[in-house]
Design a protein around this ligand. Structure first.
Ligand code: PLP
Length: 465
C-alpha cells in the first residue's frame, strides 16, 4: 500500500493506544518503516534518532541479528507450545530459571504474560488468591502511588493513577488507593530524608486508616515512568519495602520500565538490595522484539497458592503464556545485556547522559533535570522560581514533539511538559552528542515562537538568550 493509502486505512480502521481519537484522525498516522541501531526510518525516508527505545523497551537497540537468528531458529523448531496440560518448551523453562538466577533472591517462581498490563493483572489475581487461600480473605485493598502507571488492564488501570485511565472506566475501585509520589522537584520537603520519611508516613497512615488486616499490598515503580520520570531519592525504595514488611502487607515492585538495565543494574531493586514479594517485568525482557512480560513471585506466595485446595486447578492462564519464540528472544536478550556488554556500555555512558540533561538546566525553558542510569527527564517551566507550568492552550508538549521530529529526534513529550528519555543501552558516545545537539536545537526552536517567549517574559521578566 502507498503511504497515503496507509494513512487513510489507519484513520478508518486502526485504533491506537492512549490517544485522542479525533485528534489522531485529523493528524494521521506517522508510519515507521524500518530501524537500525539507534535510528528509526519513517515512510518519507526521515532517519530519526530514537531517544526513547520505542516505548522504553528496545533496550538492546534495533537490528540485533543474533536475536533475529534465535527467533528464526525457534520458529523453525517449535513456533508454539502451550503451557497448559503439563506441556512446556525448553526456552521458556530456561528463561524462567535465568530470571530467578538474575533477580532478587526472594523471587523464585515465574509466570509469563504477554506484556506489562497482564503481568500486573496476574500479580493482582495471584495476591487475591493467596490471601483467600491462606485464610486472610479480608485483605482486599491495594495501595499505589499518585502519578503511578501500572498498565491498562481492567483492574490494574485502577492502580494506575493517571486521570485518562480512570475517566469513563469506572475506576479506581473502592479497594484501590493512592498516596503521594516521591516527587522531589515539587515537594515541600527540605531534603531527601524528609521526603522518604513522608512517603513512609503516608503509607503507614493509609494502612492504619484501612486497617492492616484489610490491606493486601503496596505496588510501586522504583522510578515512576509514565507519570513523568519521577526519580525518588536513593533509599526510598528500601524504606518503602521495609515499611511494608512491618505493616504486614506485600511489596510489589513494578519493574516494567526500570528492569533490564534501564537504571544501571539489571533491576532497580538490586541497587538498594530490595527483595520484593512480587515483581512485574516486560519491555526489556524481550527488548520489544516480541511480546512478553512476567510476574516473579516469592516461594511463600507460590506455596500458599499451591497448597490452597488439594487437587484443585488454579484458574489463571493465557494461550501465549511462556511463548517459546518470545522466550528464545528473551534468552538472547539476556545474553546481550551481560556477555554482549550492553549493561557495561550503559553504565559507562550514563554519566554522559546525566551531564547532557543537567547542562540543559541552563536553558530558559528547563526547570528540572532528573535521571538514573539511562532513564531521564527534563521538566519545562515558565518560571524557574515559582516552578509554574504553561497554559494548556499553548499545547507546548505537542509543539516540542513536532519540533523534535523536524530535528529528527524522537523522545516522549508528556502532556504536562515533562520530556522523557530512555535511550538504548547500545547508544554510542557520538549518538549522545547528537541527541543533545538535536534536543537543544528543539528547545531553542520552540522558544523562538513569540507566544512561548511571551509566556516566559510574562512571568519571569526579561529572558536572556
Ligand atoms: N507497568 C509499568 C511500570 C509500565 O510502565 C507499563 C507500560 O509502560 C506497564 C506496566 C504496562 O505494560 P504494557 O504496556 O506492556 O501492557
Amino acid at each position: 500500500m502507498p503511504n497515503s493509502s496507509l494513512i487513510e486505512a489507519d484513520r478508518r480502521h486502526l485504533i491506537h493506544p492512549v490517544i485522542n481519537y479525533r485528534a489522531h484522525e485529523a493528524r494521521g498516522v506517522t508510519v515507521l518503516e524500518s530501524a537500525s541501531g539507534s535510528f528509526l526510518r519513517d515512510a518519507d525516508g526521515n532517519e530519526l534518532l530514537d531517544a526513547f527505545s520505542g516505548l522504553w523497551c528496545v533496550n538492546v537497540g534495533y537490528g540485533q541479528q543474533s536475536i533475529v537468528e534465535a527467533a528464526t531458529a525457534q520458529m523453525n523448531r517449535l513456533p508454539y507450545a502451550t503451557g497448559y496440560f503439563h506441556f512446556g518448551s525448553a526456552p521458556a523453562i530456561e528463561l524462567a530459571a535465568k530470571l530467578v538466577e538474575l533477580s532478587p533472591a526472594s523471587l523464585q517462581h515465574v509466570y509469563f504474560t504477554l506484556g506489562g498490563s497482564d503481568a500486573v493483572d496476574s500479580a493482582l489475581r495471584f495476591i487475591t488468591h493467596y490471601f483467600n487461600a491462606t485464610g486472610r480473605p479480608s485483605k482486599k485493598h491495594f495501595i499505589a502511588l499518585q502519578r503511578g502507571y501500572h498498565g491498562s488492564s481492567a483492574i490494574g488501570s485502577g492502580l494506575t493513577a493517571l486521570p485518562a485511565f480512570h475517566r469513563h472506566f469506572d475506576l479506581p475501585l473502592p479497594t484501590q488507593h493512592h498516596i503521594p509520589s516521591p516527587y522531589a522537584y515539587r515537594s515541600e520537603f527540605a531534603n531527601d530524608g524528609a521526603l522518604i520519611a513522608a512517603s513512609v508516613a503516608a503509607l503507614e497512615a493509609k494502612v492504619a486508616a484501612l486497617g492492616a488486616d484489610n490491606v493486601a499490598a503496596f505496588f510501586c515503580e522504583p522510578i515512576q515512568g509514565s507519570g513523568g520520570v519521577i526519580v525518588p531519592p536513593v533509599g526510598w525504595l528500601k524504606a518503602m519495602r521495609d515499611a511494608c514488611r512491618k505493616l504486614g502487607i506485600l511489596f510489589v515492585a513494578d519493574e516494567v520500565i526500570t528492569g533490564f538495565g534501564r537504571t544501571g543494574p539489571l533491576f532497580a531493586c538490586e541497587a538498594e538490595n530490595v527483595e520484593p514479594d512480587l515483581m512485574t517485568v516486560a519491555k526489556g525482557l524481550t527488548s520489544g522484539y516480541a511480546p512478553m512480560g512476567a510476574v516473579l513471585m516469592s516461594h511463600e506466595i507460590y506455596e500458599g497458592i499451591a497448597d490452597a485446595d488439594p487437587g484443585a486447578i488454579v484458574g489463571h492462564g493465557h494461550t501465549y503464556s511462556a511463548h517459546p519464540v518470545s522466550a528464545a528472544i528473551g534468552l538472547e536478550v539476556m545474553r546481550l545485556y551481560h556477555e554482549g556488554g550492553l549493561l557495561a556500555n550503559a553504565a559507562a555512558l550514563a554519566p554522559r547522559f546525566a551531564r547532557g540533561l543537567d547542562a540543559l538546566l541552563a536553558h530558559p525553558l528547563v526547570g528540572d533535570s532528573r535521571h538514573r542510569g539511562l532513564l531521564g527527564a527534563l521538566e519545562l517551566v515558565s518560571d524557574k522560581d515559582s516552578k509554574a507550568g504553561f497554559d494548556p492552550s499553548l499545547k507546548l508538549s505537542d509543539r516540542i514533539a513536532s519540533a523534535a521530529y523536524r530535528n529528527k529526534l524522537v523522545f516522549r513529550a508528556f502532556g504536562d511538559n515533562i520530556l522523557g528519555f530512555a535511550p538504548a543501552l547500545s547508544y554510542t558516545a557520538a549518538e549522545f552528542d547528537l541527541l543533545f545537539e538535536r534536543l537543544e536545537k528543539t528547545l531553542d526552536d520552540v522558544l523562538a515562537a513569540p507566544d512561548v517567549r511571551a509566556a516566559l517574559d510574562h512571568r519571569a521578566g526579561v529572558i536572556a538568550c
